[in-house]
Design a protein around this ligand. Sequence first.
Ligand code: ADP
Ligand code: TZD
Length: 571
Amino acid sequence: MSAAEEFTGNVQGAMTDGFHLVIEALKLNGIDTIYGVAGIPITDLLRLAQAEGIRYFGFRHEQSAGNAAAIAGFLTQHPGICMTVSAPGFLNGLVALANATTNCFPMVLISGSSDRAIVDLEQGDYEEMDQLAVARPHCKAAYRVNRPQDIGIGVARAIRAALSGRPGGVYLDLTAEVLGSALDAETGRKSLIKVVDPAPPQPPAQQAVKRALELLGKAERPLAIIGKGAAYARAEAEIRQFLETTGMPFLPMSMAKGLLPDDHPQSAAAARSYAIGNADVVLVAGARLNWLLSHGRAPLWNPNARLVQVDIASTEFDSNRAVAAPVAGDIKSAFAAFNAALKPGQIKRQAAWADEIGKRKQQNIERMAARLNADPSPMNFSSALRAARNALATQPDVYIVNEGANTLDFGRNIIDMDKPRHRLDSGTWGVMGIGMGYAVGAAAVTGKPVVAIEGDSAFGFSGMELETICRYDLPVTTVVFNNNGVYRGDPEGRPYSPTGLLRDARYEKLIEAFGGRGYHCTDTPSLTAALSEALASKKPALINAVIDPTAGTESGHIQSLNPKSAAAQKK
Ligand code: ADP
Ligand code: TZD
């Protein structure tokens, strides 16, 4: 008899075990969903979870399970839970854990591990690895439970560490021995901990609020940059009130799109370089001054601009350039404090600045319209995204997942977002492989339709999860932007280059193998029609959108990050 069969329902007698204690500890802390891949030593743990009413999503690869958990964490402010087997399964999941930590998403990777006595002497156990040591540098915190009476504390610490302060990924190591260990049921019950208030409001100091508002009050060309930390914090109402009261132009970072709608008159997105380059005071909220913001430095930035930064992690201030007015605290409380402390007229709408941004926006929008309205054959990135946008225009509830290089860069600019936290993408690392995992996670926790807009290379990293999507009958439509390569395809008749992928691959047939609906689209009307039909069906679908293989540019919009040979330059 398996542990799950043996122990389903009430624990027999006066004894419990590690399997039950883990599930009870998770349930006590409001965990209702687990993402994972089964195997030794966690198979019975997963069976028991399901028997005890926890939803379980089984994946084809742990990285996708981890990505689903991570995005669930971002969308719910509750840690997503991923469970894996030892060594290789754990390592597969670790990429997702590291990515979650890098993006400040709360998740917990729980992996079963081999016999400690054998692992520590390197005696060659099945799937042997010192997982705790391997995990530690790649996550916010890592813990191991060695005794069944410590499971409650282990789970509580993991949840609190994932959620508190700057959210992140936590590793929890459960040895096979601990899972199977018996414990007196009453002692076990008492050992469980319900975490109280893991992410309490952290209002900033009044002095910090005053300093920030005074600096912004002196600005002639103020600009707000809103990042995904603000999206995670669900601070849209407070931020909107502040921006609309002050008339300040704003730029959303990619995953903060929709916090205020993209068509908001104060959005400076269509005049991004002008706005960043000319602002004299920049309010950065829930965004790091990393590569995505050119480290806050010239030539994109005005070197004389002064910065206000709101972040829950004080170590972020002065990380790349001086921050004149740091505001340490949670974003929701910080903007509530700004709104409360703002004196009437203290920060005025700067009409000349707003008008100049408006003019530049108009020019850029007109320039882009020419590209968007062109309808070349075969399709290019702009025309295919325009076709997708037409189908999405009436569907503001749809969650968009987006990865690739050109597909990502064009997608970010062309697909407008109307609602917060509805755009999920490659994020801080620019990582490929999040696509299907994020799609499953988003569909699982929101119950809403998801459209994953994927470069053909990007799709390949997690493509087998189409089976997962079909197995759970999720309303996920995957649109593969198929230009036969990483960035673009190889010229006809040449051997495959390092960036080449199979010419004219029929990706839509993959989903047909699992009972989903496949579409092969070579023009914009059929792409719009297919996406509309797929969304209306609320069923798994894949659209193979055939793009001109010459359309992409190397590395999308970040070609400048490719190293150049110094030797070649000296010639
Ligand atoms: P983006 O990629 O959108 O620019 P980043 O991931 O670089 O955003 O930055 C997110 C920032 O938000 C991190 O520095 C993180 O510490 C911060 N953050 C996350 N949650 C909160 C919160 N509740 N309040 C304040 N800051 C937060
Ligand atoms: N591996 C991982 C995990 N992440 C990465 N970012 C890369 C490799 C390198 N890489 C990019 O930065 S974009 C990309 C790769 C492989 C794929 C680009 O091709 P695509 O998209 O077909 O997905 P476009 O739209 O055709 O450019």
